[in-house]
Design a protein around this ligand. Structure first.
Ligand code: SIN
Length: 315
């Protein structure tokens, strides 16, 4: 049973979970980030009596998630999690960049208490809105004895921040965790866990304290038929400091793209090799061209990783 004593902090940042449409059958022509956190909580009668504090941290469509907002969110989460009277924190977010924010918070904070992100694929006005149940499940997880680390809860499944990825553009169960699979599930107010909660050594807030306007520029370059590498030259011209190469299959890159990335690396630009495939690791091969592998990370997670490594190196 969840503990009734300590509080849960709900931090709202916008997204479809707070979105509204003119018609209840409209799942696409809606505006994200319209309802405030009090309205989100009011839609979940089962939360009445649960000790909660809520804060509207931002109100954005998560396609516009920014380094400045990440910095503020991480610092607010850390502050709330440090309170003795707080059991855990829930963050409501858009689905589109959820996996990036989850990974960012995991690497910066790796908290011992649960930090649970949730979202919705349908706006709050939909006939079968998924947001209220997801929010209830997220609070249930955040209150669950022993729960820890940065997790994402969607459609009853709990994913670790390092594994989670958005796999579908429309379905309410749009998220998976690749080969790692889900960590746990939330069913009827109860949590069943299969694997350990996410943990790790946090980089700490100090790593991200510099002005976000000065954070290193990291871009993702995709390999594809006809990739000629000229995009790498263009990125060098605008001062990119790191490139994630989202290769084909096991991270393979065309000959001209390989050459352009090698030139970039010789010029001091950090290159991390990832894959454009939806799942699976990038493994070393005998034909290696020396680019470091992003392992199991998706290209967008690898981008966050490279950003944080460069920030940590200069902190
Ligand atoms: C967003 O990411 O903010 C909009 C889309 C969504 O939440 O599903």
């Amino acid at each position: 049973m969840p503990s009734a004593i300590r509080k849960i902090i709900v931090l709202a940042t916008g997204g479809t979970i707070a979105g509204t449409a003119a018609r209840c059958d409209d799942h696409t022509g809606y505006a994200a980030a319209q309802l405030d956190v009090a309205q989100l909580l009011a839609a979940v009668p089962a939360l009445q009596g649960v000790p909660l504090e809520a804060e509207q941290l931002a109100q954005v469509d998560s396609r516009d998630m920014s380094p400045a907002l990440w910095q503020r969110l991480a610092s607010c989460c850390a502050q709330q999690l440090a309170r003795d009277d707080v059991a855990g924190v829930v963050v409501t977010h858009g689905t589109d960049t959820l996996e990036e924010t989850a990974y960012f918070l995991h690497r910066v904070l790796a908290p011992a208490k649960p930090l649970v992100l949730t979202a919705a694929m349908r706006p709050a006005t939909a006939l079968l809105a998924d947001g209220p149940q997801n929010l209830l499940d997220a609070v249930t997880l955040a209150r669950w004895p022993g729960a820890a680390g940065v997790c994402v809860v969607m459609a009853g499944s709990v994913f670790g921040a390092a594994d989670v990825r958005k796999m579908h553009t429309q379905r309410p169960d749009a998220f998976t965790a690749g080969d790692a699979g889900s960590l746990a599930r939330v069913l009827q107010g109860s949590v069943q866990r299969w694997r350990p909660w996410p943990s790790g050594t946090p980089l700490g807030l100090r790593c991200i304290e510099q002005d976000p306007a000065t954070w290193p520029r990291i871009e993702i370059v995709l390999n594809h038929a006809g990739a000629d590498g000229r995009v790498v030259e263009a990125l060098r011209a605008v001062g990119v400091e790191g490139i994630v190469a989202a290769g084909t299959g096991n991270g393979t890159l065309s000959a001209p793209l390989t050459a352009a990335l090698q030139r970039a690396r010789q010029a001091g630009i950090h290159v991390l090799r990832s894959t454009r495939c939806a799942a699976g690791p990038v493994l070393a091969t005998p034909f290696d061209d020396g680019f470091e592998s992003a392992g199991e990370m998706t290209a967008v997670q690898a981008r966050v990783e490279l950003l944080l490594q460069l920030l940590a190196a200069s902190a």
